[in-house]
Design a protein around this ligand. Structure first.
Ligand code: ATP
Length: 249
C-alpha cells in the first residue's frame, strides 16, 4: 500500500495498477514499458491536463456522439487504468467496447473481458477476432467484424503509430489519447488528446454526457472546427512553457 501522503502517490498508484494487471494476465510486459514512456511526458506536463487537451476532449466527445458506429478500443493498459470509465464512455456514446491488443493472446483477451464485465459491460467485442485491418502484419491486424472493422470512429489509447495509420487508411476517424504529442499516433490521429488516459477518459465521459442532447449538425460543427496539428502545437507549447518557467526559477 502506498501512503496517500507520498509525493508521488498518484504515479505510484498507476504503476501498482499496471503491476496488478500484469499479475492478473491482462497487461503485457511491453505495456509496462510503454507506460514508462508516457510517464516521462506526464512529468513534463506537470501531471495535469493541458488546456489544449480540454479542447481536444470536447471535439472528441462531439465526434463520438455524431458517429454512426463508434467503438471504444480497450487494451491491457487501459483495462486496468480506467475500466469503469471506458465502460461508461461506450454506453454514453451508444458505442461498442472492443478488446484490441498489440500482443494478443486468448488468455489476455479473457482476462480483460472479465475486468470489463466486472465493471458493468454487457457485450464485449473483440473476443472473437474474425476480420483483418489491411496493411498490418501478425496478430495486430485482427479485429471484430461487428466492431472496429465496421466502425466509423474508433477511440484508442496507448496506440501504435502503424495501427493508427492503418485505421485511418481504412477510412475511419481515430481519436487517440497519447501523452506524447510527438508520437506517430499523436501525429496521425484525427483528434489527439494529449493527456494521461487516467485523467482523459473521465473528462471525455463528462463531455459526452454534457453534449449528448445536441443534434448531429451541432456536434459535427464542433468536431469539424477542431484542427489537430494546431492543437498538438499548443500541447507542445504548454510543455515548453512549463519547462521554461521551471528553468527560470
Ligand atoms: P508511436 O508508434 O505512435 O510513435 P511509440 O512507439 O512511441 O508510439 P508505444 O510504445 O507504441 O509508443 O506506445 C506507447 C504510447 O502511449 C507512447 O506514446 C506513450 O507516451 C503513450 N502512453 C503511455 N502511457 C500513457 C498513459 N497513461 N496515458 C496516455 N498515453 C500514454
Amino acid at each position: 500500500m502506498i501512503p496517500k501522503s507520498h509525493p508521488r502517490y498518484e504515479s505510484l498508484r498507476q504503476r501498482e495498477l499496471l503491476v496488478e494487471g500484469y499479475k492478473a494476465g491482462a497487461t503485457a510486459l511491453e505495456g509496462l514499458i510503454a507506460f514508462g514512456r508516457g510517464e516521462a511526458f506526464d512529468y513534463l506536463l506537470g501531471e495535469k491536463t493541458p488546456d489544449a487537451a480540454v479542447e481536444a476532449v470536447r471535439a472528441a466527445a462531439a465526434m463520438l456522439l455524431a458517429a454512426e458506429n463508434p467503438v471504444v478500443s480497450v487494451n491491457g493498459n487501459t483495462a486496468v487504468l480506467c475500466p469503469e470509465e471506458l465502460v461508461k464512455l461506450a454506453r454514453a456514446v451508444e458505442g461498442k467496447l472492443e478488446i484490441n491488443l498489440f500482443y494478443r493472446t486468448e488468455k489476455r483477451v479473457k482476462a480483460i473481458e472479465g475486468i470489463l464485465k466486472g465493471h458493468g459491460a454487457e457485450k464485449v467485442y473483440g473476443v472473437k477476432a474474425d476480420a483483418e485491418i489491411e496493411g498490418l502484419d501478425s496478430r495486430r491486424r485482427l479485429v471484430d467484424r461487428e466492431g472496429i472493422y465496421s466502425a466509423d470512429v474508433v477511440f484508442v489509447a496507448l496506440e501504435d503509430g502503424d495501427r493508427t495509420e492503418a485505421l485511418i487508411k481504412a477510412g475511419k476517424k481515430v481519436i487517440a489519447v497519447d501523452l506524447n504529442p510527438l508520437s506517430r499516433t499523436a501525429q496521425t490521429a484525427s483528434i489527439t488528446i494529449v493527456d494521461n488516459v487516467i485523467r482523459a477518459v473521465p473528462l471525455l465521459l463528462a463531455a459526452a454526457e454534457e453534449l449528448r442532447a445536441m443534434d448531429r449538425e451541432a456536434l459535427n460543427r464542433i468536431h469539424r472546427s477542431f484542427d489537430n496539428p494546431s492543437n498538438l502545437r499548443k500541447s507542445l507549447s504548454e510543455i515548453i512553457h512549463g519547462l521554461r518557467s521551471m528553468a527560470s526559477h
